[in-house]
Design a binder for this molecule. Sequence first.
Ligand code: SF4
Ligand code: SF4
Length: 242
Amino acid sequence: MAQINQEKCVGCKICMTYCTVDAISYSDKKCHIDQDECVECYICLRQKVCPKAAIEPSPLDTFYKEFKHLMSDPVENHPVTGVTGRGTEEVKTNDVSGRVRRGQVGICIDMGRPGMGVYLRDAEKVAMALCNAGVKLATADQSPLMGLMPDISTGKLNEDCLDTRMLSVIVEGHCREEQLKDVMAALQKVEKEIDTVFSLGLILRVDENGENATLRCLDELGIAQPYRGKVNVGLGLPLITD
Ligand code: SF4
Ligand code: SF4
């Protein structure tokens, strides 16, 4: 946990400009970190932004404080995935991991951003909307957020985590190609019910012309082009062909 030593703080406000989610406020000539708003990203600590060394770490003494830190600090390796960040590497190298098979569409929703963050209650809304539209969420050993779900077939999170604020989280899973239109419609509906932003990644196989007819449903739903594409090649491992 990051906290400001009030004895050392001189109220210069430099730290406020570095906080990723606006969790530092100024009053009584000192700065203070709101512990509920802080996402434990440790940017203020790691970058040593305070000229008086007044920003100090203190123990991550609850499960959710540690969870926030592991998910929000870009240099921390998450024990579940073994990689930095909130999601997994495997879906980005699908040509060798084969997590998303032919006839399926991988869904990867990146919620929250620096400056905004995301409350887990909003992540739950998105996860539940996906499940209701037919998405099978990734398992808890594939993606950290699912470890907070007693039953991943529902998308519902543990009640005691809903007010937890994170820098960002990833909700991921997959559906069949023919379900994509329903899934997109569900996301268009739920985006109006949440207090943050998200970006959507679709992982699917394309033909020799770089196309997949499943994507036509985006035009039908009025989801504006251009769409940006990304190809990550999993070099050094056998290609998954099915
Ligand atoms: S940068 Fe340091 S001294 Fe300046 S307001 Fe922040 S904590 Fe206080
Ligand atoms: S740890 Fe991150 S969120 Fe918390 S006060 Fe520092 S910069 Fe802000």
